[in-house]
Structures are given as C-alpha cells and as structure tokens.
Ligand binder design. Structure first.
Ligand code: FE2
Length: 286
C-alpha cells in the first residue's frame, strides 16, 4: 500500500478540497493562527487559575493528591464547556483554516491531560487504547481538530497508523452503543460504570507503520476521526495538555460524504449531542 498523503502543511485553498483530502486520510498540521494562539492562551488562563496555589499546571500532578488533581481538572473542563467563548474560539480556529464555521456541528471541547506515568494507573487504561473515533459511534464525516497548548516532543503526543485507514482491523466496537455508554460513562466521568465499553483494536499493530509528531504551541492537527490512532504513554516528568474538538460538516454528513467505514460495528450516533449551528447559544457548549 502506498503511503497516505501526510501533508502537514497549509490545507488546499478551496474548503471542499480540504475536507475531501481529510476524508481520504490526509493529515494536516496547521501553523499557529491568531485564533489558535488566542484559544490556547485562554485555556492556559483557566488552567493557571485552577492550579494557582501549586504553581505550574503541568507539574500539579506531583503536588496534589490524585483525587483532588482530577477534581480540579474536572472543574476546568466544566468552564470550557460552560463558557461560550471557548466554543466561539473553536469556530474561529475553523474560520482561520478557511472553513465556514456555521456549516459545522461541534462536539464539546475536550481538554486532555496525559499524566506523567499515567499508563501505570489501571483506571486510565482506555486513554491509551488504539482506536478509531468512529468505533465510538462518531460520524464518518467527523474531523478532529487537535490544538497544541504547549510545545511537545514526539514522545508526548499521539500516533497514527495511516496504513490502517482503509484496512479493517479486528476491534471491539460491536460492544459500543452510544445511548448505553452515555448512561454508564460519558465524557470524563469519574464515576463511570466499570462495565462501560471502550472499543479498541484486538490484534497487535506491529505490521502497521506508526507515525508520530512533535508540536509547537498553537499548531492544530486536523484529521479524520476514522484514523486509527493512540495516545503515547510518557515519562516526561510533567503532564501533557492539549485541547481538541470534533467537527462535522452537516451538509457533507447529510450527503453521505466522509471517511471509509471499513470495520466499525458501534451503534447509535454522537451527533445528537453536538452543538448544531441553529442551536448554538451562549453557554451552550456542553
Ligand atoms: Fe480518538
């Protein structure tokens, strides 16, 4: 199989070509824009406020009991979901890349905090599962916009298996039903049910090329949610933070456009919980 196009550059100028390339598996790492830097800065401010008494948020995991650290991150996530300026910030990032924000439905903004040695925490195991987002009942047209909140070397980010984009991989997505999962777990719920399904690949991925990337503050990685990817465990001595949001171009979705769906067996659809353009309102990001 020939390697997929890894553009890692400016997207094609016509917005439709950009989306078409993404649905075909292209990965883009966009240079920082005024919008992405502003959003990163605003998230930094919320993080800094949440951990002001213990100093650098990236080192707070060593200065607070685990439960309190998690609780404070939860509060930061509530602010990101509650305050409309963050959803507007995400829409500005779309606009800076030439996309029409009003054409998209957006999921909740997600703050990721990948702990130093987080892989040693049993309850965090699903964080590191290799997966496609489509195995979690996300639409084929879903595009992921991943914003670097700080510089990070390749060892602290995540990886793709581009060769698996169009190739089926045995997986446990048949265990995932969105309505069931939402009742049992939901996004970042510390009281999730132990039986909640977290689909993952069921075979070793040694046969696939694994592609990683380093990033600088404000860079935005854009990729199809159908890409097989996984978060890297790390021992960097600090927490890696990033922000991401999921966007679905509604007209594309309704026309049946999107990435190939080669091995997804999940049921339901997350799209019902996205913020749709017609329903966007102040404070309506949750
Ligand atoms: Fe993912």
């Amino acid at each position: 199989m020939s390697p997929l196009p890894l553009a890692f550059a400016m997207p094609p100028a016509p917005p439709t070509d950009f989306r078409r390339a993404l649905y075909a598996g292209a990965l883009f790492k966009l240079a920082p824009s005024e919008a992405s830097l502003r959003l990163a800065h605003e998230v930094h401010e919320v993080l800094a406020e949440a951990f002001r008494d213990v100093g650098d948020p990236r080192e707070a995991q060593f200065r607070l009991p685990a439960g309190e650290h998690l609780e404070r991150l939860g509060r930061v996530r509530q602010v990101l979901g509650r305050e409309a300026r963050f959803l507007e910030g995400a829409r500005a990032v779309l606009a800076a890349a030439g996309q029409e924000p009003g054409a998209y439905a957006l999921d909740t903004l997600r703050l990721r905090g990948i702990l130093d040695r987080g892989q040693e925490i049993a309850a965090a195991a699903p964080v590191y599962f290799a997966h496609r987002d489509t195995w979690y009942a996300n639409p084929r047209a879903q595009l992921n916009w991943w914003l670097a909140l700080h510089d990070a070397p390749e060892e602290e980010t995540f990886t793709f298996f581009p060769e698996a984009f169009e190739r089926p991989v045995p997986n446990s997505s048949s265990t995932f039903d969105y309505a069931t999962w939402r009742a049992q777990a939901g996004w970042q719920n510390p009281r999730r049910a132990a039986s909640a399904a977290y689909p993952t690949s069921l075979v070793p991925l040694d046969g696939f090329q694994e592609r990683g990337f380093a990033c600088r503050t404000g860079e935005v990685l854009v990729f199809s949610g159908a890409h097989l990817h996984r978060t890297r465990p790390h021992t960097s001595g600090r927490t890696r933070f990033s922000l991401d949001f999921r966007a679905v171009h509604l007209e594309d979705h309704h026309r049946g456009l999107g990435a190939p769906d080669v091995d997804n067996r999940s049921t339901g659809s997350t799209l019902e919980d996205y913020v749709h353009p017609a329903t966007a309102r102040a404070g309506g990001a949750a």
